[in-house]
Design a protein around this ligand. Structure first.
Ligand SMILES: NC(=O)N[C@@H](CC(=O)O)C(=O)O
Ligand SMILES: [Zn+2]
Ligand SMILES: [Zn+2]
Length: 346
């Protein structure tokens, strides 16, 4: 297959940042996706409907002319998020989910949840409303090895949470392990998961062998090959529980190439092309459309996009750097490397 026409995808996990950085990165997603779930980990985080509405307006104002890309907003869950705020946000129609960051787990998670038990009122409200909880699923206890943090989270947090709230709709975000795949597969239909393109394409060797490659450093961290293989199998299985979420997470070049580099891979410039590359490697291009364009919308109860998008087997080179806020630049994932699939602009 050398050309592939699919329903326009959506990105169910995206970091757009704010201000000039937002203006720099938004066009990459807007040219590919109809919609995206916008992560709320700004500084300060987006914890209220008012903050989400303001952020949404800034995103809409930053869109390229003529774009009808739709940002789907989220609230950042804290120990103090009330049921009233959650209800108001849901009823507004602009907020589609609430995001759980365990405090200290990842970028801008300092105001995150210290103990999920503190959130029972908000979670009960969400369960009643049918409002999804999006989960960064890693424990943060210093004694837990960074490669085990997702698997331990399933046992210590996710399973007890679902026992207390069996009808809560949950998206296990950016899953990275065979353990998470197995958990989602055996869970009921109210549990889904997003998978990034980088976790489908790369394992920890890509990050660590022959030198530390900071642009491959993201959280949850890349795992060993057996985990990548399990993720690829899940993504290409045709199961509607697994869908596209890039977790494209831009950081300035100097913040990544540093003694204490930030976590996050910037994949938005080639998001659908990277997924096509992974599905192609698995001989499963026929499964790309469901994963990229159908299952996420179905999970969120939104209509599938009516436009289509065409991909061609044609190699192109990702630039070494791209413009970011002010004079800063950003290094996209696969900078300077060739990508075998290309988005054809209609
Ligand atoms: N994935 C990452 O490594 N980083 C994300 C945060 C997140 O999604 O955990 C970011 O905001 O930079
Ligand atoms: Zn995360
Ligand atoms: Zn993320």
């Amino acid at each position: 297959m050398n050309e592939l026409r699919i329903t326009q995808p959506d990105d169910w996990h995206l970091h757009l940042r704010d201000e000039d950085a937002l203006k720099a990165v938004l066009p990459y997603t807007a040219r590919q996706c109809g919609r995206a779930i916008i992560m709320p980990n700004l500084t300060p985080p987006v914890t209220t409907l008012e903050a989400a509405s303001g952020y949404r307006e800034r995103i809409l104002a930053a869109l390229p002319e003529g774009s009808d890309f739709e940002p789907l907003m989220t609230l950042y869950l804290t120990d103090h998020t009330g049921a009233d705020e959650v209800e108001k946000a849901w009823q507004s129609g602009i907020v589609h989910a609430v995001k759980l960051y365990p405090a200290g787990a990842t970028t801008n998670s300092a105001s995150g949840v210290t103990n999920i038990r503190h959130c029972d009122a908000a979670l009960s409200a969400m369960e009643a409303l049918g409002m999804p909880l999006l989960v960064h699923g890693e424990v943060t206890a210093p004694g837990v090895d960074i490669f085990d943090r997702e698997a331990v989270f399933i046992e210590e947090v996710m399973e007890p949470l679902l026992e207390r709230h069996p009808n809560l709709r949950v998206v296990f975000e950016h899953i990275t392990t065979v353990d998470a795949v197995a958990f989602v597969e055996r869970a009921p239909a109210n549990i889904g998961a997003t998978i990034t393109a980088h976790h489908l394409l790369f394992n920890r060797n890509h990050m660590l062998v022959g030198g530390v490659r900071p642009h491959y450093f993201c959280l949850p961290i890349l795992k060993r090959e057996t985990h990548r293989a399990a993720l690829l199998k899940a993504a290409t299985s045709g199961s509607p529980k697994f869908f596209l979420g890039t977790d494209s997470a831009p950081h300035r070049r100097q913040d990544k190439e540093a003694a204490s580099g930030c976590a996050g891979a910037f994949t938005a410039p080639a998001a659908i092309e990277l997924y096509a590359t992974a599905f192609d490697q698995a001989g499963a291009l026929d499964k790309l459309e469901g994963f990229a364009s159908h299952f996420g919308a179905d999970f969120y109860g939104l209509p599938r996009n009516s436009r289509t998008l065409t991909l061609r087997r044609e190699s192109w080179r990702m630039p070494e750097t791209l413009a970011y806020a002010g004079d800063d630049c950003i290094v996209p994932l696969m900078a300077g490397e060739s990508i075998p699939w290309k988005l054809v602009q209609d």
